[in-house]
Design a protein around this ligand. Structure first.
Ligand code: GLY
Ligand code: MN
Ligand code: MN
Length: 411
């Protein structure tokens, strides 16, 4: 994918500060992790193509130098041998040697590929190590041709390999264990935060480092606030409880939503809304198929949702028929996307409106939010697109209303 006589430089993320001498848990740059498998801070990857000399400079991995002092305070960092074993990159140098290697190779190449965050919804004001390097690099080498690595990474990351699928399956499996545990725990009066703790306990004991994203544990009307993460109310008898919770595993993420009756029994109305959402999820799965595009797919699913909303008496069939093509009536009850790519990022990267293709993993997450009834139902599964059929990576996680009731009412 690279032009001849190119140099690619990818930096790790920073260790992010909190206050005083505090830091957040380290989160590796997803592209660097995809390319190297290295989770350590201060790592740099350099790839050179088409340079005449120095064939052993085609790939160099730079990792943070270990020392006796670092070993005592922070534990072992990667040795060069361990970095090679993890990454498959034979040549490993300490990060301190990066500048001299870079300044030796840069004059031999024409193109320099650097990494920007080009996720469509990225809004961060924080400058990354890659951003800072872009500034320094352009100052020092103003006449090189600069290239965007991001579109190439989006293309590489949108199709999952067998190892990635195995990691995603594991994240889904752990998420399912958490959900089964929650089903045995939820009853009227428990705190949303207590349900969160049940998930976390199960995730961590199964080998996950924790939540893939801030969990949404939303009872009653809280479920209608799409990004509710306070998780600080008690679950009321008769309410539904929306659980949008996923485990991470080795950097890969699961993204699940289930909505369950707090007291273990759906009311007829809750069951009707629930089954409507479940039908939309299944119909969407039929359309999340190779060749369809995300924009056409979204329209198809919105049309199916509209039929369900009419059947539920939420929108009038006549008004629905006479509205514009954007179907604004549906948006009152279903106002978010149906699917997103899933991988090293929960909202994973992919080229804009790229047609679906085998090897992609996406969520399917329809929902119906009825504020006037304090009722929000969303269901979300993670699906691997195949050539002949899709594989539901969450088919082992209970989703039928009857099965949910059975599991909640066991001894
Ligand atoms: N949990 C985030 C999402 O469903 O997209
Ligand atoms: Mn999702
Ligand atoms: Mn979700």
């Amino acid at each position: 994918m690279l032009k001849p006589r190119s140099l690619v430089i990818v930096h790790a993320n920073d260790v992010m500060p909190t206050n005083a001498d505090g830091v957040m848990a380290f989160r590796q740059n997803a592209d660097l992790y995809h390319l190297t498998g290295i989770q350590q801070e201060e790592t740099i990857l350099m790839i050179a193509t088409g340079l005449n000399a120095e064939p052993d400079h085609a790939e160099i991995l730079f990792t943070r130098e270990t020392s006796e002092r670092i070993a005592i305070w922070e534990g072992e960092k990667l040795t060069k041998e361990a970095a090679t074993a993890a990454s498959g990159i034979r040549r490993v140098e300490w990060t301190g040697a990066f500048e001299s290697h870079f300044h030796r190779l840069a004059p031999q190449c024409d193109h320099i590929y650097l990494l920007t965050n080009e996720h469509l919804r990225a809004t961060t004001v924080v400058e990354t190590r890659n951003d800072r390097f872009i500034r320094r690099c352009r100052e020092r080498y103003p006449l090189h041709r600069y290239e965007r690595l991001a579109p190439l990474m989006h293309r590489l990351r949108m199709i999952k390999g067998d190892e990635e699928i195995a990691m995603l399956r594991k994240a889904c499996e752990i998420t399912g264990s958490g959900f089964r545990r929650a089903l045995g725990f939820v009853k009227p009066g428990v705190g949303e935060w207590e349900v969160e703790a049940e998930f976390l306990h199960e995730f961590v004991r199964k080998g996950s480092r924790g939540f893939a994203y801030l969990p949404i544990i939303a009872s009653g009307g809280n479920a209608c606030a799409l990004h509710y993460i306070d998780n600080n109310r008690r679950c009321a008898d008769g309410a539904m409880l929306l659980l949008d919770v996923g485990a991470e595993y080795a950097g890969w993420n699961a993204d699940m939503t289930r909505t369950i009756p707090v007291n273990g029994r759906f009311t007829p109305r809750q069951r009707d809304v629930y089954n409507a959402v479940l039908r939309v999820l299944r119909a969407a799965n039929e359309r999340l198929r190779p060749g369809n595009t995300p924009s056409a797919y979204h329209k198809e699913v919105v049309a199916i949702m509209e039929e369900e909303l009419v059947k539920l008496g939420l929108i009038d069939a006549g008004e629905a028929a006479s509205q514009g093509p954007d179907k604004p009536l549906v948006a009152k009850y279903f106002m978010h996307g149906v699917s997103h790519h899933l991988g090293l990022d929960v909202h994973d990267v992919a080229p804009s409106n790229e047609p679906f293709a085998p090897g992609m993993v996406l969520t399917i997450e329809p929902g119906i939010y009825i504020r006037e009834e304090d009722l929000g139902v969303r269901l979300e599964n993670d699906v691997l697109i195949g050539a002949d059929t899709n594989t539901d990576l969450m088919d082992h996680i209970p989703i039928e209303a009857d099965e949910i009731e059975d599991l909640m009412n066991r001894g």
